[in-house]
Design a protein around this ligand. Structure first.
Ligand code: ATP
Ligand code: MG
Ligand code: FE
Length: 364
């Protein structure tokens, strides 16, 4: 099926078009520049930017794919989770298009779409040479989603209707921690890329920052699993970084910014990868898909690759532009839903800013 996907959950306005598992176009317009001076995404600004960007993004996407709205078999739109006002813009646009063209509409989960994008026949940056492929979904597939808003480990028995949450962050998302620590270190926004770059010049062993929720009372034993065994916590780490900077300043010493960045990154990446691999091992997961904006992180890619390899887990890392928020991932999941015989959502649904990951699409 030829599917048009619309994404507007945060600061990216995305329109993507796929035919089955073939990617035709992926057009993204970001309002990131407008949020930089505030040090974070301002919801009202993001919503207005979607309103400005949507029609041009749609037109560019259709033109690039060489198709018209009449050619499209179905429309898919991110219905949640995300910023309420931002979601509203994409959902309203999608409903209007669906009503005007008479095409079926799928209201889909943004997080599951981050996984669905791995099924496109795009060349992956790591692991399998091609996408996971339609109908060839590994039986024991897991997904590690690491973004500005989420840090989750999922088990996917069926991409259309059976997604299980194994673990997640209990406070800040990993990307959020990067952004907050970058602010403490005076590196600006968004913090992820800046810390990633600076960390290469630092010594990750110079300081040892805490690994949240890894104490025995949380991890338990192999027989008796503690609470939060597969969960993460990054707020204590952020506080530890702030204390560390304060101590250097109080002593009148120069703050070793590169070392702190490297040590912080090592703590984040260590705990993300160790818990993800543990969850995979204990759930018989043989294939792991890495997604979300933080999947751009060089150290996360490196350590996930190493630890998956030693655990015998096959790692799949889609190309970077498909890891960050985009419309193609929404279209990709929409196509999977259609091929899986799932009924469309209709046009009566409302976006849900806290849509649970277990809801792949809104039922009719
Ligand atoms: P969500 O998908 O959960 O709704 P989001 O849209 O904010 O959240 P993404 O756009 O997928 O998330 O990712 C943005 C986040 O990724 C930011 O927090 C940014 O700092 C982080 N990030 C980007 N590049 C890197 C990098 N190289 N290293 C670490 N973090 C990075
Ligand atoms: Mg974003
Ligand atoms: Fe996202």
């Amino acid at each position: 099926p030829l599917v048009l996907g619309i994404e507007s959950s945060c600061d990216e306005t995305g329109v993507g078009i796929v035919r089955g598992t073939t990617l035709l176009t992926n057009t993204v317009s970001s309002s990131m520049d407008e949020h930089v001076r505030f040090g974070g995404v301002i919801p009202e600004i993001a919503s207005r930017a979607h309103l400005d960007a949507f029609v041009p993004t749609l037109q560019e996407s259709l033109q690039e794919a060489g198709v018209t709205l009449e050619d499209i078999d179905a429309i898919a739109v991110t219905s949640g989770p995300g910023l309420a006002g931002a979601l509203m813009v994409g959902v309203c646009a999608a409903k209007a298009l669906a009503v005007a063209t008479g095409k079926p509409l799928y209201a889909i989960n943004h997080l599951v779409a981050h996984v669905g994008v791995g099924l496109l026949d795009a060349k992956h940056d790591a692991g399998a040479a091609a996408g996971l492929g339609a109908g060839q979904l590994p039986e024991n597939l897991g997904a590690l989603l690491v973004s500005g808003g989420h840090t989750e480990i999922l088990r996917i028995r069926s991409i259309t209707d059976d997604v299980e949450l194994l673990g997640s962050t209990i406070d800040d998302a990993a990307g959020e921690a990067y952004d907050k620590v970058a602010r403490i270190l005076g590196l600006g926004y968004p913090g992820g890329p800046a810390i990633d770059k600076l960390a290469r010049q630092g010594n990750p062993k110079a300081i040892r920052f805490p690994r949240g929720l890894t104490q025995p009372k949380y991890m338990g034993t192999a027989e008796e699993k503690g609470p939060h065994r597969y969960d993460w916590s990054f707020s204590g780490l952020k506080t530890a970084v702030a204390r560390c900077v304060e101590q250097f300043e109080a002593r009148g010493e120069e703050v070793p910014v590169a070392d702190i960045a490297a040590a912080f990154q090592e703590a984040v990446v260590d705990v993300i990868t160790s818990k993800a691999v543990l969850a995979c091992k204990e759930h018989g997961i043989t294939d792991l898909l890495l997604g979300g904006g933080v999947a751009a992180n060089s150290r996360l890619r490196e350590l996930t690759g190493q630890r998956c390899a030693s655990a015998g887990i096959k790692l799949h890392v889609p190309p970077l532009n498909l890891c960050t928020d985009n419309g193609a991932m929404v279209a990709a999941l929409g196509a999977q839903l259609i091929m899986g015989g799932i009924a469309p959502s209709g046009v009566a649904f409302a976006p849900d800013s806290s849509m649970p990951v277990t809801t792949v699409s809104v039922p009719a």
